[in-house]
Write a protein that binds this ligand. Structure first.
Ligand SMILES: Cc1cc2nc3c(=O)[nH]c(=O)nc-3n(C[C@H](O)[C@H](O)[C@H](O)COP(=O)(O)OP(=O)(O)OC[C@H]3O[C@@H](n4cnc5c(N)ncnc54)[C@H](O)[C@@H]3O)c2cc1C
Ligand code: SF4
Length: 588
């Protein structure tokens, strides 16, 4: 029997990036807000001190900051004709656990999506004709536009102190920035990061073949910065222990270094850690969320009532909780009916490695979002006529790290182990680098999330089942991007290059990105989406769902800039519309 607790005005389920944003915004509106986070407390100076955070084995390989599969996992299959099996070790993506969520150990590669990315169906149909989108591709427009989100992208970039160079201010193309980006109202708050040797060579080679490289927008600080909340961040030291690590220098934007110093001091905010929400409870007519049920570390159950419930638990847990709570109609890939779990998507990456004889690149001088990028082949920045695919991605030379266990680029033909492999690692460590592609994934009829009929978690609840594979569209697009990357690699005039194209089925075991999307998508009508344009549930108007679960398909950029802009946009709608007149913000 669950212990029933007093009602709060607003309840946050999960306390990562989106939880922190909503906490800050809703407490500003005067609400009493409670956040429930399944993981433990984490603080910048104590938990990520440079005296121990640079432990590759502990954090990178043994996943100390991530979700533990023994407690929560999912089952996976490539297609509906296979039997899904539970993942006993996570690889391809690494959901977070603990205060700050994945905002602790993200890289900080911070992007805006292109204006056309929000209009995937209508834009591509208009430019290339209806045949460009096959029947099996379930892409749709978002119901929100780039112009709607621009002020919120801007707020987020200033909250985080993004380092970068604008490419388009109010329609004026700016030299040195990304000329393809949508118009922005002002420049980034900080100048670009100092560029290391490898990305500088990449940029020159890209220029040599007529491309327009620019410094990646980065949530690693290029200089000391005080954000609009008055929170101070310090300059990045290019330590190279960034992705999958916390930053003890206060140099990477995270909830801890941007929002929490203000939010945690507010009297109308409460955070409870090690409290895992296991269900959202509805009233009898299923139109209103009345409470959540959660368990603490002792397994004690509590019922926490709330007037407003915000799911901010990351894509996979948002969708899993909705499925377990029976909120919405699960998607059926055979009939195409139902919306919950529909349009799960991901990203497709490939790389080209470059080996020099005469250049010392010192790869260990790095940061999570340090790099040069070209965007000519992203989204619809190029003519797709007769290419047989839609979408695209960026090509980057990142200098994220030269961590000793992880970094061992060796040329083709090197044995996988033994003395010859060791010799090749020593010879090439300082003289090699990798060019990466980061491609979009369109949504397809057979890619979705639902409840596993067989496997259960530690509480006896069905695991979430993921059914996903890359399709012809993604393979063609990734081949195209890898080919363009090879052209840049050739222009680098190195001793040797090695191309690593993405072939075959999606493999869930090696790390790729934690850029999972979809499953509780936004849109303009309840027949096709779970959420309206304000991230409000179509059926349950006091339930809002944050995060990239709302993306109807995935673009060729890292998602968090757009996740955050959507969270701020949704928070604004709650503050200015919902709290005045609670109920649906959009009539179906
Ligand atoms: C290694 C890594 C590198 C990344 N690098 C980048 C990058 O460079 N650029 C980029 O754009 N994105 C990057 N990302 C993705 C980025 O971190 C996410 O997009 C972002 O953190 C999502 O915010 P969120 O609030 O939706 O989820 P999160 O920040 O993950 O927060 C969700 C929180 O909810 C909690 N939670 C889950 N279930 C429950 C439950 N049932 N009850 C209570 N709490 C719960 C979790 O423990 C977690 O703390 C990276 C991710 C990883 C893992
Ligand atoms: S590279 Fe910079 S931002 Fe990243 S962990 Fe090191 S000091 Fe922090």
């Amino acid at each position: 029997m669950a212990t029933k607790l007093p009602t709060v005005d607003a309840l946050l389920v999960g306390f990562g990036w989106t939880g922190a944003i909503l906490g800050q915004e809703l407490t500003d509106a005067g609400l009493n807000v409670l956040a429930l986070e399944r993981g433990g407390w984490r603080d910048t100076a104590t938990d990520f001190a440079t005296s121990f955070i640079q432990d590759e084995l502990r954090f990178y390989y043994r996943h100390e900051l991530f979700q533990e599969p023994a407690r929560e996992t999912l089952s996976f299959r490539n297609s509906t004709i296979e039997v899904a099996l539970p993942m006993r070790q996570l690889g391809s993506f690494l959901p977070a656990s603990g205060v700050g969520g994945a905002g602790i150990h993200w890289n900080g590669q911070n992007w805006r999506f292109l204006p056309s990315d929000f209009l995937t169906r209508s834009h591509n149909t208009e430019r290339y004709g209806a045949a460009a989108i096959p029947d099996t591709m379930t892409v749709q427009d978002w119901g929100v536009t780039y112009d709607d989100l621009e002020p919120y992208y801007d707020r987020w970039e200033h909250l985080c102190g993004i380092s970068g160079k604008a490419g388009n201010i109010k329609g004026q193309i700016q030299p040195g920035g990304n000329p393809f980006e949508g118009p922005r109202s002002r420049d980034f708050p900080n100048p670009p990061m100092e560029m290391t040797y490898g990305p500088t060579l990449f940029a020159q080679a890209a220029r040599d073949i007529g491309l327009k490289p620019f410094p990646a927008p980065s949530a690693n600080m290029s200089r000391a910065y005080t954000n609009p909340l008055g929170v101070q961040l310090g300059p990045c030291t290019y330590c190279g222990f960034c992705e999958k690590f916390g930053c003890g220098n206060y140099s990477k934007a995270s909830p801890q270094t941007t929002i929490l110093p203000v939010l945690l001091r507010k009297k109308n905010f409460t955070l409870k850690t090690e409290c895992e929400v296991i269900k959202i409870n509805l009233d009898s007519d299923k139109k209103r969320a009345v409470s959540v049920t959660y368990i603490d570390t002792q397994g004690e159950e509590y019922e926490q009532p709330a007037e407003l419930i915000i799911l901010s638990a990351f894509v996979l847990h948002n969708v899993h909780l909705l499925l377990l709570s029976g909120i919405g109609t699960p998607y059926d890939p055979n009939t195409g009916r139902g919306t919950l779990g529909k349009n799960y998507a991901y990203q497709i990456v490939s790389s080209v490695d470059v080996f020099y004889d005469d250049k010392i690149l010192n790869p260990f001088i790095g940061a999570g979002a340090l790099g040069m990028v070209v965007d000519e082949f992203n989204g619809d920045n190029f003519d797709h006529t007769n290419l047989g695919f839609i979408g695209g991605g960026y090509i980057a030379c990142w200098n994220t790290n030269g961590r000793p266990i992880e970094t061992h680029l060796v040329p083709d033909g090197t044995p996988k182990w033994g003395a010859t492999w060791k010799k090749a690692v020593v010879e090439n460590y300082l003289k090699s680098m990798s060019l990466a592609t980061h491609g979009s994934v369109m949504s397809h009829r057979g890619n979705y999330l639902d409840l596993d009929p067989t496997y259960r978690d530690f509480l006896g609840r069905p695991l979430m089942r993921m059914t996903f594979d890359f399709t012809e569209n993604e393979h063609k697009m990734s081949d195209f991007l890898t080919g363009k990357t090879t052209e840049i690699a050739r222009a680098l005039k190195a001793r040797e290059i090695r191309s690593n194209p993405r072939k075959g089925h999606y493999d869930i075991t090696p790390y790729q990105t934690t850029h999972n999307t979809g499953g509780a998508i936004m849109g303009s009508n309840p027949q096709e989406s779970v959420l309206n344009r304000y991230l409000q549930h179509w059926d349950v108007s006091n339930l809002f769902v944050m995060g990239s679960s709302a993306f109807p398909q995935n673009a060729g950029y890292n998602p968090t800039g757009t996740v955050a802009a959507l969270a701020l946009w949704s928070a604004n709608a709650i503050k200015t519309q919902y709290l005045k007149t609670p109920g649906p913000l959009v009539q179906p």
